[in-house]
Ligand binder design. Structure first.
Ligand code: UTP
Length: 300
């Protein structure tokens, strides 16, 4: 039975991030800034906002900057305090977050499914959320989707709930795509008949792409152990979800509620879009940035 509290979350951050080279040559893509904060800080803020306060990062070689970012830094705090820089001290409030952080390493980048297998001991017999380390949910991470997914998970006897977003029909071959059973209403759950990783062009069963958030019962680990390496020799999480469905388990989907967007920091096009949107809506600098953008576009 899943835990009634359901407050464990797993954040895989071990990927190589090759699509973001050269930015990711010597720093994790999950540490790239979007506006003022690195991507992982938004993810932790989203998890805390949705009451997931035990967070396991699946890290890898070259990812120590992530651990350092969430560590308490007494020297920096002392320097800022002595310099009277109280407003900058406020920017480090996140260091005092109530969340507990855990770290484990994926030694070879054998895919997202393999990364999640590293959470088996951490999760034990409890259900848990997965939040991909390169995707922000909701503008400035204001998403409530994980809370809705948790409520739905605890109300239904299902093995997994997967978040989805609509994507243009000509891009479905880049994503894990849902085969929904019946109508899909944003923010509500729907039954999944199947889920297909990167379907061939023209063969996608819908335009609903996996949107970087999941809730799993521990059954996912059995499915992952049975999953054979797929495209690129990697163990695909989508293939394990598929095994759950084929094994007769109930797996649900949830399209992001109206007004919520997933910001994918895994490729430069959507990274630029996210950065521009967050800068234009920055509470302090947004209006200056919008003036700048207007003038720039008029003069271009
Ligand atoms: P991606 O599918 O974007 O893969 O990972 P990637 O390796 O990071 O990037 P590219 O394709 O080389 O550009 C989605 C999330 O899953 C994690 C990544 O860190 C990212 O947060 N991941 C991926 C792992 O933790 N381990 C893996 O083996 C693969």
């Amino acid at each position: 039975m899943p835990s009634l509290s359901l407050h464990n979350a797993v954040v895989p951050v071990a990927g190589l991030g090759t699509r973001m080279l050269p930015a990711t040559k010597s720093q994790p893509k999950e540490m790239l800034p979007v506006g003022k904060k690195p991507v992982v800080q938004y993810i932790v803020e989203e998890l805390e906002r949705n009451s997931f306060d035990r967070v396991l990062f699946i890290t890898g070689a070259g990812k120590t900057a992530i651990e350092n970012h969430f560590d308490h830094d007494p020297n920096l705090i002392r320097l800022l305090r002595e310099g009277g820089k109280e407003e900058l001290l406020a920017e480090l409030e996140f260091e005092r977050s109530g969340a507990q952080f855990f770290y484990t390493r994926q030694k070879t980048q054998a895919g997202l499914g393999d990364a999640i297998l590293h959470a088996e001991d951490f999760a034990g017999r409890e259900a848990f959320a997965v939040a991909l380390g390169d995707s922000i949910l909701g503008r400035h991470a204001q998403s409530q989707t994980l809370s809705r997914m948790r409520d739905a998970f605890l109300d239904s006897n299902c093995a997994a709930i997967v978040a989805f977003e609509r994507v243009p029909a000509n891009e479905t071959h880049q994503y894990g795509i849902a085969f929904p059973d019946g109508d899909v209403v944003p923010g509500e759950t729907f039954q999944l008949r199947d889920v297909i990783e990167k379907p061939a062009r023209g063969e996608a069963p819908s335009d609903l792409a996996i949107a970087a958030r999941y809730i799993f019962s521990p059954l996912i680990f059995e499915a992952l152990h049975e999953t054979k390496p797929g495209k690129g020799g990697e163990i695909q999480l989508t293939d394990a979800i598929r095994l759950l469905i084929k094994g007769g388990e109930r797996v649900l989907g949830m399209e992001l509620p109206p007004g919520e967007t997933r910001y994918d920091i895994g490729n430069f096009c959507s990274y630029y879009e996210a950065f521009i949107e967050f800068a234009l809506t920055d509470p302090e600098l947004g209006s200056r940035m919008r003036d700048f953008a207007r003038k720039f576009l008029e003069s271009d």
